[in-house]
Design a protein around this ligand. Structure first.
Ligand code: HEC
Ligand code: HEC
Length: 342
């Protein structure tokens, strides 16, 4: 396969895409600023022992913790919380991604990884954490994994602002007509029943992804100043998500890629999405410290979790690349047997 001639450097494609992104951004800003009212922060379910949180009406937010600041933190995370931030106290993340690199339109683009329904999902039990979690805990999971950083303190303005923004999205969602909630996405990813082919994925990558994310996967900076983050984010390497991130699981990545990538032209087949997800995740990226402690109950670990330990005898490579049906069948049989003995 000959890679398409790279428009990187000639300027037109990045400029065009930047224009589109910018105008979407402006519409989003417009939507947000018309609908922001002080929303209320509730302490984490885990921190408060699960469920018995202080009623929202009894907590007041600091004036700076606005929904608009929350939206900016999600759009410009690299700049505001990244390794080049001027205030060393605020350098919470080691990647140079934005939350919005995966949660498109700062979570307001209906479809895969949108954040409109997040408020309705919490508090809930997390198998990965092995305990009840609230929105704040979930934000910190993406901080430590997708953003390769450290958790935000629960009482920081940044945490309160992001949580307020997400709760505001929940209210917008409730008020939205069904037509506005609809995602314009290709049919959902269907897992091929085979081992992912990393080499075939490399070809898909060079043909369909490299023009934006770079032949080397390291992305394209927005300006010469690294501190401003990327126009096209890195899909591997030191500035990308770490091994503990959901995107590092081949099925999660394939679902996102099939639905959303190439940006503005998501036309990959299931096979292409599967193989290119495996290819990206076969490249080097930061390792999450302590990842082996995830999923205290190992039988709840997703079949495509890319690191051990596992509660089964399938080889590591099969957990990374598939085929996944035999692993799924194994756990289903265990569950059925357990149900029978009850
Ligand atoms: C590399 C991609 C990536 C980045 C960057 C990222 N996330 Fe996520 N996020 C995910 C994935 C994958 C999930 C899991 C979706 C699932 O469980 O199905 C997720 C889930 C979430 C959820 C739970 C959504 C729900 O409705 O349950 C929240 C909240 C969230 N992310 C917030 C953030 C915030 C805040 C940031 C930035 C600090 C961030 N994410 C950065 C990939 C990313
Ligand atoms: C036209 C440019 C373009 C093309 C082509 C493209 N992407 Fe992206 N991709 C983006 C942009 C821009 C974002 C971040 C979205 C945002 O900031 O709004 C992104 C985000 C991502 C992310 C999540 C963030 C990260 O860095 O990990 C992944 C994974 C990804 N793309 C994979 C792919 C794959 C695989 C292909 C090829 C099948 C592809 N992309 C093709 C522009 C592109």
């Amino acid at each position: 396969m000959t890679p398409a001639p790279s428009p990187r450097g000639t300027g037109w494609l990045p400029a065009l895409v930047a224009g589109v992104i910018l105008s979407i951004g402006l519409i989003v800003v417009g939507l947000q600023s018309s609908g922001t009212s002080a929303s209320l922060w509730r302490p984490s379910a885990a921190a408060s022992g699960g469920g018995d949180a202080v009623p929202a009406s009894m907590v007041t937010l600091p004036a700076e913790a606005t929904e608009d600041f929350g939206r900016r933190l999600i759009a410009q995370t690299a700049e505001l919380l990244g390794p080049d931030q001027a205030d060393p106290q605020k350098r919470y993340i080691n990647s140079r991604l934005n939350c919005g690199s995966c949660h498109l339109g700062t979570g307001t683009d209906p479809g895969t990884l949108h954040l409109f329904e997040t408020d309705a999902h919490y508090p809930r039990f997390s198998g990965r954490a092995g305990q009840m979690t609230d929105i704040e805990d979930r934000i910190n999971e993406c901080m430590q994994r997708s953003m390769n950083g450290k958790p935000l303190p629960m009482d920081s303005v940044e945490m309160m602002a992001m949580a307020a923004y997400l709760r505001g999205l929940g209210r917008q969602w409730d008020a939205m007509p069904a037509s506005a909630r609809k995602a314009t996405e290709p049919p959902a990813f269907k897992m091929p029943d085979r081992r992912a082919d990393v080499d075939a994925g490399g070809e898909v990558y060079q043909r369909r992804c490299a023009t934006c994310h770079g032949k080397d996967g390291l992305g394209l900076l927005a300006t010469e100043d690294k501190g401003k983050g990327y126009l096209f984010p890195p899909v591997w390497g030191p500035d990308s998500f770490n091994t503990g991130a959901g995107m590092h699981r081949v099925l999660t990545a394939a679902r996102f890629i099939k639905a959303r990538m190439p940006l503005g032209e998501a036309t990959l087949s299931d096979d292409e999405a599967f193989d290119v997800a495996a290819y990206i995740n076969a490249q080097s990226r930061p390792t999450m410290i302590g990842q082996e402690k995830d999923y205290p109950d190992l039988t709840t670990k997703p079949v495509d979790n890319a690191y051990g330990p596992y509660a089964d005898e399938f080889p590591l490579e099969q957990h990374r690349l598939g085929p996944f049906k035999p692993i799924e069948a194994h756990y289903k049989a265990l569950k059925d047997a357990k149900a029978k003995t009850k």
